[in-house]
Design a protein around this ligand. Structure first.
Ligand code: TXA
Ligand code: MG
Length: 318
């Protein structure tokens, strides 16, 4: 447990300190026009893993990556003409676009939960803008509240929920929109309204010149984490294995060795940071069957086990 978070003023010195902390892989809460975000360097897997640890998220939902402008966003994802039109109309602002991840973008696989898509947003809040420019890199940030609690619209809300689990919060007073960004999926097929939010769906449809699709009934989420399909390796996956059987390639943890090891020291934050990247690596080695060492079911281990059991579940063949 670390000491109470620093409350930084939203001035040049406070923003410089916040940017420096992000560069050290620490967690910094900052205001956006929607809600306060819990930020970490999106390229640093350990920093991204510590977001999930601080929030106590029982699952690895993909995170929104924040950048200062559309040019920075285009370095990370592939923009279609419709994506360009929405970015031009609504950025900076409370709109998040889910787009195909650009290969080699350098974003931690944990930030996008191993998916080939990336959620991107350019916030309008001047303090968010100043922080992103000063930091000069992509910042992964969910709302800065413990899992299952409501999103924070003041620095005091952030301190109440996460004060003992983060390095700092930049205090710029209450946020104005108070509701999360609208999320539009453009990564597969027709533009889809994945989450209603700060920009009205009608305004988005007007720019596109066609209505937004709603996620199919089958994909209707009963919890936010079910909104997106989950990453699964091509081969079969067997969690809780003490040793490989037959042709299985082993993913180790702690003293249980494997072809790769999620964390030889048994550190769950390191294991979370490595999870998706290592599954991808075993996949690209052509592993037909993967087994994974037992992961303790506490802390980030709960989210790791959640993802492993989803990845192990029988698939529909599509
Ligand atoms: O206003 C906001 O959007 C705030 C501020 C801080 O920017 N952020 C926020 O983040 O609400 P969060 O983590 O609470 O919501 C992120 C949601 C995920 O639950 C998921 O539904 C969706 O974004 N998402 C992220 N990446 C995705 C992807 N690759 N495909 C589909 N949905 C994705
Ligand atoms: Mg949230």
């Amino acid at each position: 447990m670390q000491s109470e978070a620093a409350i930084l003023a939203a001035d040049a010195a406070g923003i410089a300190r916040a940017a420096a902390l992000l560069g050290e892989g620490r967690l910094v809460a900052f205001p956006t026009e929607t809600v306060y975000g819990l930020g970490a360097d999106a390229r640093n897997g350990r920093a991204v893993a510590s977001i999930y640890a601080a929030k106590g998220r029982p699952a690895f939902n993909p995170l929104i990556v924040h950048v200062a402008d559309a040019a920075a966003a285009e370095e990370l994802a592939v923009f279609s003409p419709e994506a360009h039109a929405l970015a031009a109309a609504f950025w900076p602002g409370p709109l998040t676009l889910v787009l195909p991840l650009r290969p080699g973008a350098g974003i931690s696989a944990l930030a996008s939960a191993g998916l080939p898509s990336l959620a991107l947003r350019v916030p309008a809040h001047p303090v968010a803008q100043a922080l992103l420019r000063r930091f000069g890199g992509p910042v992964a940030a969910p709302s800065a509240n413990p899992s299952g609690r409501i999103s924070p619209t003041t620095a005091a809300h952030v301190m109440e929920g996460l004060g003992d689990r983060i390095a700092a919060v930049v205090d710029a007073g209450p946020t104005t929109v108070g509701l999360e960004s609208t999320i539009v999926g453009l990564a597969n097929g027709a533009p889809t309204l994945l989450r209603p939010g700060g920009v009205a769906g009608e305004d988005i449809a007007r720019v596109l010149g066609r209505p937004l699709e709603r996620p199919g009934a089958a994909a209707q989420p009963s919890s936010p984490g079910q909104l997106v399909s989950h990453y699964a390796p091509r081969g079969t996956l067997r969690p809780g294995a003490s040793a490989p059987r037959g042709d299985e390639v082993m993913l180790g943890f702690g003293p249980v060795e494997g072809t790769l090891n999620l964390s030889s020291s048994g550190d769950l934050v390191e294991a979370a940071a490595n999870l998706f990247a290592m599954l991808h690596q075993l996949d690209s080695m052509g592993a037909q069957a993967i087994c994974v060492a037992p992961i303790p079911d506490h802390g980030l281990g709960v989210a790791i086990n959640d993802r492993l059991s989803r990845a192990a579940a029988p698939r529909d063949g599509s």
